[in-house]
Design a protein around this ligand. Sequence first.
Ligand code: SF4
Ligand code: SF4
Length: 360
Amino acid sequence: MNPPTATTAEADVTEASPDDPTVHILWINAGLSCDGDSVSLTAATQPSIEELALGALPGLPKVAVHWPLIDYECGPVEGADNFVEWFFKADRGELEPFVLVVEGSIPNERIKPEGYWCGFGDDPETGQPITTSEWLDRLTPKALAVVAIGTCATYGGIHAMAGNPTGAMGVPDYLGWEWKSKAGIPIVCIPGCPVHPDNASETLLYLLYQAAGAAPMIPLDEELRPTWLFGATVHEGCDRAGYYEQGQFADEYGSPQCLVKLGCWGPVVKCNVPKRGWINGVGGCPNVGGICIGCTMPGFPDKFMPFMDEPPGGHVSAAASGIYGSVVRRLRHFTEKTADKEPKWRTRTETIKTGYRPPW
Ligand code: SF4
Ligand code: SF4
């Protein structure tokens, strides 16, 4: 007999104490995806996936993560059947509560007369693969919340670009943008290609606190993104915006100046990566020299291609800031010169020159 896995052990605890239920996280990475969001999440630090899964944060409910990327049950020892069994349990109503996380876009199986675009697990009755769309049809009505992770699952992403043969779409396109879980929670979209590690873990953390009754309804914008993560543009958080304002634009890669003329879409893209860094504050996109290609946006990628051309609006705003910026830069230069000098009373003289007068 195989030893119990970490996830199985957690679940056993749940069944033994119904007053203190485990929240199961069922992760479907069988949409059209590259698993990049799964890999990205392993880099999270605030909180880390270990902190979430092991309940290292105060006030969290117990969590059991059923995630193919790291699950023992998905490996060569126990095979995939034990892993898929958790999804069957959820379908039978035996897993309560659970959060369904979907990674990858959802292809349109209706345009396929035979075969399937994507799925996982076999239907014991028919012996045929269960498509990802069918899993969504079965599980979403029973889920506490549905989380679409990464731009493919949220809005279709690269797999849904013009010319694709699958008719792929995001989870809200599939379920409907007005869809709500049985707990009244809309689909929670965490876009990014891949998703930012901490954006993902922080949103899951929020939902776990919400499940524990310790947080109000998760605030989402019209595109179903958490507002505190996607409320500002890349440009608003980019540390090259000072160059932009002063009309200093890079004309080749490797320059520390603003990258708008090289194709940066930051001024119109909602994303916090330059502000947050990638892992532990390190890395990013335009802040460290890579143009923003708008990978979090519903219009990605088609509306941003070709990536390495200057965005249409960039030309006008860069020209305006070029004129204004050269004047401002000159004026600042004078002030900078003054600010660069110490006050003259800081000298080694016999008398004090700071303006201090003794009060007696
Ligand atoms: S590099 Fe991009 S995001 Fe940064 S200041 Fe320039 S346009 Fe804005
Ligand atoms: S800064 Fe731009 S390219 Fe980088 S993650 Fe955000 S949206 Fe994507």
